[in-house]
Design a binder for this molecule. Structure first.
Ligand code: PAF
Length: 318
């Protein structure tokens, strides 16, 4: 309780909901060296006035002290200065967690969803009470070594863009763009389809074959990766989304190269007995395909095989 009282006048104008591997990586990157104490708030599983976050990068070790509030301890007072909520939960956790926060968020607070796969933004669009919604995607790789210790296992593009409601203030936009390799995107939905292709190809194959991302560059995976992309193109076309096959394949192989040493998030979920994000990735393609009377045999098989390996756990914040 004492900790919560001290946050009633906190400076945090950005909060990260779901500080897992990517959430913590972003906390370090957004903080940079200029972060003021309490400017950034974590919302996670437990309340701790000061979490000591550590990040191992290729060049050096970074450390950062940030307050964390348990989702269940959040009060409107604790969030009163908040202008941007960055949601880095798994896709299947987003809707329930955001629903539980909406009546505590200031009316001018914008939301940024940053997760693998697609779907939750459509479910939330009508519930935001006029707040702005941004979508984002990152191809950076991160591995959680301990509760507050993360290793960066791959660099890559991070993209943000406006989806609905008011536009983000320029100062917050500039702060998001302090993340290395990040850019603002006028057509974020197309960017998300590109990332969907990356995840649809890399995540289930690495999880099923128990290999790191780099192994997918071997010729034995070429035909399957092409088939996954061809089926995605079929669905995207039916949805009216125009994508270029060559660009998609180049992007996939670039991510494989840049994150070669990384074990994908789905590999990590499956090997650690956690629920996977398959429903929001290859499963999302199947949902759309059904609407258009299409069948996607390669993606269907990947979904079946991953679901046979990973539990469908109740959604809880990381
Ligand atoms: O889910 C993941 O692991 C990541 O999105 C990516 C980019 C495939 C890197 O491993």
């Amino acid at each position: 309780m004492a900790a919560q009282r001290s946050w009633s006048s906190n400076l945090a104008d950005i909060a990260i909901l779901g500080p897992g591997a990517i959430g913590q990586l972003l906390a370090h990157q957004l903080g940079g060296d200029k972060l003021l104490p309490d400017q950034l708030l974590l919302i996670g599983r437990e309340t701790q006035p000061q979490c000591h976050l550590q990040l191992q990068c290729a060049d050096k070790q970074h450390s950062l002290k940030l307050p964390m509030l348990a989702l269940s301890d959040v009060t409107p007072d604790a969030l009163k200065g908040l202008r941007l909520l960055i949601v880095t939960l798994k896709a299947y956790q987003v809707e329930e967690a955001v629903d539980s926060l909406l009546d505590k968020l200031p009316h001018n607070c914008q939301l940024l969803l940053l997760h693998n796969g697609m779907g939750p933004h459509k479910a939330l669009e009508s519930k935001l009470g006029g707040r702005g919604l941004l979508l984002g995607t990152t191809s950076q790789g991160a591995l959680r070594l301990g509760p507050f210790e993360v290793r960066q296992t791959g660099t890559g593009l991070t993209q943000y863009g406006h989806f609905c409601g008011p536009e983000l203030d320029n100062d917050l936009r500039q702060r998001l763009l302090t993340v290395p390799g990040s850019e603002w995107c006028d057509d974020i939905e197309t960017a998300l389809w590109h990332k969907l292709a990356v995840n649809a190809a890399i995540n289930p194959l690495t999880a099923l074959e128990r290999v790191n991302n780099g192994v997918l560059a071997e010729p034995r995976f070429t035909a399957t990766i092409s088939a996954i992309v061809d089926e995605l193109l079929l669905v995207a076309g039916a949805e009216g989304i125009r994508l270029d096959r060559k660009v998609l394949l180049e992007r996939i192989y670039k991510v494989i190269e840049l994150t070669a040493a990384n074990f994908s998030s789905m590999y990590q979920d499956v090997t650690q007995g956690r629920r996977s994000e398959i429903d929001a990735i290859n499963g999302f393609l199947l949902t759309l395909a059904e609407r258009h009377g299409l069948t996607l045999p390669v993606n269907q098989e990947l979904v079946n095989r991953i679901n046979a390996l990973s539990p469908a756990a109740a959604p809880t914040p990381r």
